[in-house]
Design a protein around this ligand. Sequence first.
Ligand code: SF4
Length: 634
Amino acid sequence: MYGFAGKVLHVDLTKGTITIESPDEAFYRKYLGGSAMGLYYLLKNTPAKADPLGPENTLCFFISASTGVTISGQSRATATAKSPLTGLVGDAQSGGFWPAELKFAGFDGIVLTGQSPKPVYLWIKDGVPELRGASHLWGSGLPTGEVEKKIKDEVGEPKAEVIQVGPAAERGVRFACVINMSNRAFGRTGLGLVMASKNLKAIAVRGTRKPELFDRQAIIELNRSGTQNIPNNGDVKGLQDYGTASVVGFQNSMGTLPTYNYTSGYFEKADDISGEKMADTILKENDTCFSCTVRCKRVVETEYKGTKVSPFYGGAEYETISTFGSYCGINDLNAISLAHQICSEWGVDTIACGATIAFAMELFENEVINVEDTGGIALKYGDADAMLKVLNQVVRKEGFGAILAEGSAAAAKKIGRGAEDYVITVKNAELPAHMPQVKKSLALIYAVNPFGADHQSSEHDPMYVPDPDNNNDNLYLRRLKMLGLVDPQKGWIMNEEKVKYAYRTQLNYSFLDTATLCQFVWGPAWTLYGPEEEVAMMRAVTGWNITIDEIQQIGERRLNMLRAFNAREGAGRDQDTLPKKLFKPLKGGASDGRSVKPEELEFALNTYYDLAGWDKATGVPTKAKLAELGLEWI
Ligand code: SF4
């Protein structure tokens, strides 16, 4: 086999045993890696209704064929397990150098089962795995950066790459994440808490085995043409120049920058938190993932009221800037950068954490809670000091922060007094910073996505609008045609074609999360490479005569596995809903008065289930659909 390492590592943490599996090529071609392969082992190993924090949960990390290949946007990995935040399937991705290093260390994935009696970490060097004691690290309160340095010292490999859980996971914060290289995260769905429940502190990897490719020359040419094309692609160039925060201004002008806990799509101080502002003030340098020439990652150096923000922890992404910024009405990039650093040091998802604090701020502003509830903190919009005080409580699970550390949906239940009306979650996971009141295809995708609202599970509405000046022949529309999308739609509407757009691009994104490709480089419309290059790259790496149809089917298989997992837990259409507040009109800016209409969501759901081949009444994949995808075993 080309591309793959050909080996999957199985670690039974209860027994402390490690085995190595070598699946056959047919298995690899069917599940490919990433999220789908993780789901395969999760579905096989973890029974329905298992406790997400018990030994029966299975935590998987997977990469795929092209991980570690010298081309942009390939060094990503997925984490998969039952989520303690949603009680359903959990899924998260992260990039950097750890994924490529795992391939070089000789493995395509790691399947972790059981629960270690004592804290341990997993160390893999050139095909040789071992479990080492981590009691000296557990409970130490050391920030992730310090733990990473200690592990590198202990294994004697300064070039080892480390993923780990921080002190927040050890203390039980529900949205704890898995921190990667201290400055990135497998952020969503609380998978850091799952890893901590297994008493697994970290996974360090180091290797020297480069993957063998079917057609190395084709990869060299694709890499060269992509890199040369960056200046011609305004979206990707924007990422390179200003990071993911390059979209702050655009989002604000469209009225889709969530502000004051999703009350408005317009933040009057958005310029203060933009990627351009960051570049002009606190940006130290760009960072990148293995072999990626886009270099979208930010590294900042600054301070907030005497507390240093170190470049070691990178810099805030758009989502972090929004959740701790506009969601909370805060326009201080230094304070937001410090919040980002605290989340990285302690190991929590910045989206869930920032959004939960914004939710608490709205409760305070509306006098649902007061200083007696918050322990004296006047939790007002725009107050960065108050935000940081509460954040420090959340990561420590102390004071009022202990309530918020369960996530906003659980916190609302505990608080009562109508707090649930202010919750902005789907399946208990906080919404990211792209607004479905305007981008109507996202209203559908946020509702149906199996692991809660996700902005990186489909293409957004602005890519599929008519372009009469160019006879509909721009980059987006040319690429979307390859997915059978030939009828771009005007404005912010929901109709049958829009549902088709959402579904087909969802399948392509689902493929990306299975092939563990970066969605800023590979994708259906705006990225450096489109569907044609997805096919060309997969062929060059694996030698398989893969097609766009096969790519889409791989994405469809993974989507059905996610849904099937949830169905086993008893979840289906009943959970495909949106928070109440999204049905109320937005206030201010270009999206003033816009909302999601209940009837348009209902229409979109019915149309979507038909397209997906799922039962319309229950939203569950039919037996026929599962059989069509070779998933009759579920
Ligand atoms: S585009 Fe950014 S996130 Fe994606 S691989 Fe490149 S550097 Fe990493």
